[in-house]
Design a protein around this ligand. Structure first.
Ligand code: RTP
Length: 148
């Protein structure tokens, strides 16, 4: 079953949005497979966002991610990468539809509350980076009520 890496960024943690965000993924029917509240250092944040290192906003982005604890999660389910990005909404909250996390809770692109892997390949890399200890193997009893 497909997995994705989801991170609640420091603004989402500081603003008390952890429960709200987890609830949206949980109510959709996805399964939580990994969860931790952690501070990451500059080197780690730079590794996570390595693909964006040439962007003018890179240093500000790294400062933002290391400014406080983040919630790192692995969610599992059919098409969870693409559907997770839909639940999150467009990168710039000015373009995120109401009903999405960024559409409902963010205004500025540099304070957009949450990250979600943009492909299955990125998800695999990000899960390995953020959860080198591995994740819990379990299957919800609700599985037959969510999938036909
Ligand atoms: P994410 O990786 O956080 O899920 O976001 P994304 O795929 O939707 O967007 P991406 O282009 O990968 O950018 C990563 C994060 O960088 C910040 N950003 N700031 N100031 C700017 O113009 C700008 N552009 C992007 C955002 O926090 C974005 O989520």
């Amino acid at each position: 079953m497909e997995q994705t890496f989801i991170m609640i960024k420091p603004d989402g943690v500081q603003r008390g949005l952890i429960g709200e965000i987890i609830a949206r993924f949980e109510k959709k029917g996805f399964s939580l497979k990994g969860l931790k509240l952690i501070n990451v250092d500059r080197g780690f944040a730079e590794r996570h966002y390595a693909d964006l290192s040439a962007k003018p906003f890179f240093n500000g982005l790294v400062e933002y991610i290391i400014s406080g604890p983040v919630v790192a999660m692995v969610w599992e389910g059919k098409n969870v990468v693409v559907t997770g990005r839909k639940i999150i909404g467009a990168t710039n909250p000015a373009d995120s539809a109401p009903g999405t996390i960024r559409g409902d809770f963010a205004i500025a692109i540099g304070r957009n509350v949450i990250h979600g892997s943009d492909s299955v390949e990125s998800a695999t890399k990000e899960i390995a980076l953020w959860f080198p200890e591995g994740i819990v193997a379990w299957q919800s009893n609700a599985h037959p009520w969510i999938y036909e």
